[in-house]
Write a protein that binds this ligand. Structure first.
Ligand SMILES: CC(C)(COP(=O)(O)OP(=O)(O)OC[C@H]1O[C@@H](n2cnc3c(N)ncnc32)[C@H](O)[C@@H]1OP(=O)(O)O)[C@@H](O)C(=O)NCCC(=O)NCCS
Length: 438
């Protein structure tokens, strides 16, 4: 798969016209301009209510955004270096799907300044990204969200739910098995390097993951200038009996006021083997002077509940995290594998048009998959019909959301048997996960 360089895709003309009608200029930022790059990063930070980034922080983020298609919306008379009134950026990344990878159009940095809200700028940005992604031939778009009520109006679905975990270590106990390898402390540079390498291996194991980028792992390891508590971040890794690094964990200890005891917050854990994950959980749960261990972006089938003696010591909260939006039904559905044979007609509604239509999805007993657009007149009598919108289809896509559940919520219309057949085909053995924010 040759990756599309999103930076080569021009801004969407429809959104450019719509914003021009408000006297606004919509353009790709030239990252060779120091002033424009800094203005973009500072406007982005303001939009997310972050502190104004220092010069070192701008410098550290520069490398990460230079490989992205950064768009600013400006007042028409804005000179170089003037802050944009709205920002968005995008890039393409491999998205792990059952049986392989698909190119995904990742969208981030969606902000509209407080002075320009609620006049349709975010809609112009989001629709502009979807049209650009579609023009680039990308089958699916993705994002992570600060608020869960914004993006389904553009066809995005919470498709990769994850779990937030909180363990009361005073109650939990431990019943997990012994490991033959060992856990060791590592310095922050080694932690960063291990997280980079481990994520790159781990991300292909479960549907829903995307590629990371170096600046992100540096930040996780406490090596980014914006990381105020950098020196509180520590790292450990797990080596198996042969000495191979199979897992690493970045964590931070914070004292629980007035108790001389602490909370251990896991910032990120990557593990390539069950043993590595168990050993790292054990390290955290059995840490001296720690009452609480927290983690997030864990798969909903994380084994933690079964590693402790008292399951009531584990709070396990499932929440939305990875949001996906199918743009090309044929390419997306043919781009993954299925766990059972299937023959259905998907009647997909999509107000933005990209996925709208009737699509016959056939998966043979040998796994061979075809997707054909069918007219209403020639819908085959023998195939089961599923009526759903692009949000429900995108929710099903990664294998992390049940068709039976969507049917129970009235989000998908099909017989109970057809919904069960969809689940047999679409669901994955291991829960999908997305281990990072973007
Ligand atoms: C969220 C944000 C981008 C919206 O920008 P905006 O230009 O005011 O949004 P628009 O005027 O284009 O509104 C688009 C739609 O989203 C809705 N909307 C806007 N902000 C919303 C919010 N915070 N929650 C829920 N819906 C919201 C609008 O009602 C509108 O709905 P409609 O098209 O169905 O009528 C902006 O408020 C912002 O920058 N917030 C802080 C940063 C942030 O949270 N970014 C999102 C990152 S995931």
């Amino acid at each position: 798969m040759t990756a599309t360089d999103a930076r080569t895709i021009p801004v969407d003309p429809v959104s450019a016209d719509r914003l021009a009608a408000q006297g606004l200029t919509y353009r790709v930022i030239d990252t060779s301009s120091d002033a424009d790059t800094e203005a973009f990063l500072r406007a982005d930070a303001r939009g997310f209510l972050d502190v104004d980034p220092s010069a070192e922080s701008v410098q550290a983020d520069r490398e990460a955004i230079e490989v992205r298609r950064n768009i600013g919306v400006f007042e028409a008379d804005a000179r170089e270096g003037v802050w944009p009134v709205a920002t968005v950026n995008s890039w393409t990344t491999p998205l792990t799907v059952p049986g392989g990878e698909l190119e995904m159009w990742a969208i981030s940095s969606v902000t509209v300044s407080g002075t320009h809200r609620r006049r349709g700028i975010a809609r112009a940005l989001l629709e502009g990204e979807l049209r650009a992604a579609s023009a680039a031939g990308t089958a699916i778009a993705g994002l992570t969200v600060s608020e869960a009520t914004i993006y389904s109006r553009y066809g995005f679905a919470s498709a990769v739910p994850v779990a937030r975990v909180k363990v009361d270590t005073r109650k939990a106990g431990w019943v997990g098995p012994e490991q033959s390898g060992r856990v060791e402390y590592i310095d922050r540079e080694t932690l960063r390097d291990d997280l980079i390498a481990l994520h790159e291996s781990e991300r292909t194991a479960r549907s829903g993951q995307i590629a990371g980028w170096d600046a992100r792992w540096a930040r996780m390891a406490g090596l980014h200038p914006a990381e105020t508590a950098a020196t509180a971040i520590r790292g450990v890794r797990y080596r198996d009996a042969e000495g191979t690094v199979q897992g690493a964990m970045a964590y931070k200890l914070t004292e629980i006021a007035g108790t001389f005891r602490s909370e251990l917050a896991i910032r990120h854990v990557s593990a390539l083997t069950p043993d590595a994950l168990i050993a790292l959980w054990r390290f955290a749960l059995q840490h001296d002077l720690v009452d609480t261990v927290t983690a997030d972006q864990r798969p909903v089938d994380d084994p933690i509940t079964w590693l402790v003696a008292d399951q009531r010591a584990v709070e396990f909260t499932v929440h939305d995290h990875g949001w996906l939006r199918i743009l090309d039904v044929t390419a997306a559905l043919q781009g993954r594998t299925y766990r059972a044979a299937l023959d259905v007609v998907l009647q997909v509604g999509d107000p933005l048009g990209f996925a709208a239509g009737s699509w016959r999805l056939r998966v043979g007993a040998d796994g061979a998959t075809t997707v054909d657009a069918v007219g209403d007149a020639d819908a085959p009598a023998q195939a089961d019909v599923v009526e759903l919108d692009v949000v429900a289809l995108s929710a099903l896509f990664a294998g992390g959301v049940s068709a039976a559940r969507l049917r129970a919520a009235g989000r998908l219309r099909a017989s109970a048997d057809t919904a069960a057949a969809l689940d047999d085909a679409f669901r994955t053995a291991d829960a999908p996960v997305l281990g990072l924010w973007y």
